[in-house]
Design a protein around this ligand. Structure first.
Ligand code: ADP
Ligand code: ASP
Ligand code: MG
Length: 421
């Protein structure tokens, strides 16, 4: 018997039939003797529909009201799933983020969880109830509804698992685990049995939306055993022993700390991000404080900067390039044009048709030549690299968006990711 937090994403609760399937699955875990806390997302497409509704009224809706609206999607699914469970004789109770008391800060639209009251949940669990909690939402100290950022139900699940010291947090989705890259782009991608928190964090930060970044951060920090599984496969009873496997081995992907048994691959996965745009300010008079004069105003307008490159100055001027989210491109360009006038720079140019492709792996630490292998593979396909950035366990390149699929496939095969190592 184990205490398991199970999170079901939008596709897994996308129709009434699928909600009924989820209820059947939970029933099997209850029969197995497990205590279950469920976190659900809104039905697939619902959050996007709500976003569009808001934007049809106001391009920049007030953040507080936006959260009130967006949080409604999850309220529908907790109620429907609880009805389906109760109909099956499985005692269940639904709770919104406010009711279960997921206290967050007041940063609307991307609030951070501060604490969770576990007492109420314990009382329900002791009574043999399944608890169904709305993902993606919380409440701030003033009683305002907050949301945790897109994909935030993953974080709700991990935070509940941490608060309850659950034996495992299972993230059920429409793929049966974390793959070497998005299987929608590379059908030959291979499911990983295990991946380290560190690698998963890089993959998520670099664009793999299979898990929200904060969920991985949280799980790593509080040592929550985290598993990604398919909601369409037969249940695998992970129990307290997280190394358990289903007969067919389909126990998804375990996100864990590095251990000796882990595959010694150089590269674990390839992530990509289609949401990038780049801006360059050319011919900036080079003097101390220039980077601050350029990036300060961008930061002040709440635009997050990703990669940054500054050229060495040959003639007393320098060029400065950085990337931002595509949604922020127009605003960042306007801010930069003003900065350019103030600094007496030559010109501002930009491109919002770029993407970032990254290779990730802890194996990189102890091996040389990975970068040159990556650049060679891209060169052989005639893919021009626009920007490069590296860290201890990742190498990212920015390329024209038309090369996204080709670039990812090329690197996937160059590093032999489709084969079992
Ligand atoms: P949910 O609605 O269940 O939260 P998401 O759409 O957020 O599901 O995440 C699942 C999707 O993540 C998959 O359908 C897949 O296309 C995508 N994905 C991106 N990168 C990966 C990866 N490396 N491994 C598995 N899935 C990935
Ligand atoms: N429903 C929210 C979204 O679509 C949260 C989630 O699904 O995790 O982003
Ligand atoms: Mg998701």
């Amino acid at each position: 018997m184990a205490l398991i937090v199970q999170k079901f994403g939008g596709t897994s609760v996308g129709t009434v039939d699928r909600i009924e399937n989820v209820a059947d699955r939970i029933g099997k875990f209850r029969e197995h003797g497990d205590d279950i806390v469920v976190v659900v997302s809104a039905m697939s497409g619902e959050t996007n529909r709500l976003v569009e509704l808001a934007h049809s009224i106001d391009e920049k809706p007030e953040a507080r009201e936006y959260d009130v609206l967006l949080s409604t999607g999850e309220q529908v699914t907790i109620a429907l799933l609880s009805m389906a469970l109760n109909k099956r004789g499985i005692s269940a109770r639904s709770y919104t983020g406010t009711q279960v008391h997921i206290l967050t800060d007041s940063t609307h639209n991307k609030a951070r969880i501060l604490s969770i009251e576990e007492k109420k949940m314990r009382t329900d669990l002791d009574k043999g109830r399944v608890i169904v909690v709305a993902g993606f939402q919380g409440v701030d100290e003033h009683g305002n509804i907050t949301t945790l950022g897109r994909g935030g139900s993953d974080t709700t699940a991990v935070a509940l698992a941490a608060a309850l010291k659950a034996d495992e947090c299972q993230i059920y989705t429409d793929v049966d685990g974390v793959y070497t890259t998005d299987p929608r782009v590379v059908p030959e991608a291979r499911r990983l049995e295990k991946i380290t928190f560190e690698e998963m964090l890089e993959m998520a930060s670099l664009g793999s939306k299979v898990l929200q970044i904060r969920a991985v951060e949280f799980a790593g920090k509080y040592n929550v055993p985290l598993r990604v599984l398919s909601s369409f496969d037969e249940p695998a009873f992970a129990s307290a022993d997280t190394s358990d496997k289903n007969a067919d081995g389909s126990n998804g992907t375990l996100i864990t700390y590095e251990d000796d048994e882990m595959e010694q691959a150089l590269i674990s996965g390839i992530a990509f991000n289609r949401d990038e745009a780049k801006l360059t300010i050319l011919g900036v008079p080079d003097r101390p404080g220039v980077a601050y004069s350029i990036l300060g105003p961008i930061g002040d307008s709440n635009v997050e900067i990703d990669m940054i490159i500054q050229n060495i100055s040959a003639d007393g001027t320098t060029d400065f390039t950085f990337t931002v989210h595509r949604n922020d491109y127009v605003e960042a360009k306007e801010v930069l044009s003003k900065v350019s006038d103030e600094l007496g720079a030559r010109e501002v140019v930009g491109d919002d048709k770029i993407v970032k492709i990254s290779i990730v792996g802890v194996g990189m630490r102890s091996h040389a030549g990975i970068a040159s292998k990556m650049f060679k593979a891209l060169a052989e396909e005639g893919i021009n690299i626009i920007m490069i950035s590296t860290s201890e366990i990742k190498i990212s390149v920015v390329v024209d968006e038309k090369y996204l699929e080709l670039g990812v496939r090329t690197l996937h095969s160059a590093f032999g990711l489709e084969q079992k190592v």
